[in-house]
Design a protein around this ligand. Structure first.
Ligand code: KG4
Ligand code: ZN
Length: 357
């Protein structure tokens, strides 16, 4: 009987040290055996954001323990592993280097293939861990560093339909949270904080809402929040501002996703219309709700990763590793860490965000 493929995934691009063991069963279905994520929230909390040097030091201290934990939970031994998949970028270079060097040493020692994975491709393929996801599909990637609409044609084949021209959505959540006085990590706490507020209280701008196709912009929104935050006095005002921000984001995503649906339909006529939303902000329940409602109205099949697979994890890195193992797409031991690594190859030829408004 054919041996089942077994992958070790490693992730250390920012402030999560993560390792995962993923197996492909005899039917070709991925079976997640373990998914260990160690967050550095406590370390960075007092600085109100991620401090790269502290993050890297923590990865160095923990990475072998986390890999060990993932192996123990899976019931497998290191010698059972067929390949090691590791995040190579984008991310903080000092953090990426820790995971990458660890994976290279392990792969060299065990004489197993090394697969260097684009973190964003990990997010893009994360729903494959739990559902049968067919190419092509429309992807909205909303994380701390990226906000993009992409047509996912195949493994490694992406066409950018729209991108943010300034801040990423997760960044906008985090900066807004800071202005309102909500603690780190801003995004998830702002969502909870907003539940006690009146979303109609403050009118916030929706930059480039009627132009620029499905490109996005959040910087003006943050400036408006800054002005209001200087005037408000009560705690209730703060809840109202958070709720107004949350509602404005929902409205922007609703409108821009509608535009992205049309662009995707033009590209792929008569194909199954699948819409995947991935990245940290995909965990926002209200964002999920409005995008599911819109998808059903527009005949798109909405797919979100489960909540625990929206944020950074190594299972999604192992998932890409499994796909690459099937086509024997391995990397050399001198593969560098890439702090910038766009998914779409055209992006490197574009000046700035390459967006015409
Ligand atoms: O994908 P991710 O874990 O890391 C990156 O690759 O960037 O995304 C992290 C981002 C952070 O900005 C975080 O505040 C945001 O996702 N985020 C949220 C929520 N959960 C995480 N933003 C809004 N609502 C949430 N529930
Ligand atoms: Zn991420």
């Amino acid at each position: 009987m054919k041996k089942k493929a077994l992958i070790l995934g490693i992730e250390s691009s920012c402030d999560e040290t993560a390792a995962s063991i993923l197996e492909e069963n005899n039917e070709g279905v991925p079976n997640l055996l373990s998914n260990i994520v160690s967050s550095q929230e406590e370390i960075h909390k007092k600085f109100g954001g991620v401090v790269p040097e502290l993050a890297a030091r923590s990865h160095i201290n923990k990475i072998d323990l986390i890999v060990d934990k993932a192996l123990k939970k899976s019931g497998k031994k290191l010698s059972d592993i067929d390949a090691i998949a590791v995040t190579g970028g984008p991310g903080l270079i000092v953090c990426l280097s820790v995971g990458l060097n660890f994976a290279k040493t392990l792969a060299m020692t065990l004489k197993k293939p090394l697969i260097v994975v684009n973190h964003l491709e990990g997010h893009a393929l994360s729903p494959k861990l739990v559902t049968d996801l067919k190419f092509p599909y429309l992807l909205l990637l909303i994380s701390g560093g990226h906000s993009q609409y992409l047509a996912v044609k195949n493994l490694g084949k992406y066409k950018r339909l729209g991108t943010t021209i300034d801040d990423a959505l997760g960044e906008a959540f985090d900066k807004t949270a800071k202005l309102i006085g909500i603690k780190f990590p801003g995004g998830p706490l702002l969502e909870k904080f907003a539940e006690k507020g009146d979303p109609e209280k403050f009118q916030l701008p929706k930059p480039i809402i009627n132009k620029g196709g499905c490109n996005l912009s959040f910087a003006g929104l943050k400036t408006a929040v800054l002005k209001i935050s200087k005037k408000i006095k009560t705690d209730q005002d703060k809840h109202d501002l958070a709720a107004s921000f949350q509602k404005t984001i929902e409205e922007i995503l609703y409108k821009k996703t509608k535009v992205a649906f049309n662009e995707f339909r033009k590209l792929y006529k008569n194909k199954n219309n699948t819409f995947v939303v991935a990245g940290g902000v995909a965990a926002n329940k209200k964002v999920r709700k409005v995008l599911i409602e819109l998808s059903l109205k527009e005949n798109f099949d909405p797919i979100f990763p489960p909540l625990d697979l929206c944020g950074d994890n190594a299972a999604m890195i192992a998932m890409v590793g499994l796909e690459k193992l099937k086509i024997k797409k391995y990397d050399s031991f001198d593969h560098p860490a890439k702090p910038r690594w766009p998914l779409d190859s055209e992006a490197i030829f574009l000046k700035g965000a390459g967006v015409k408004l």
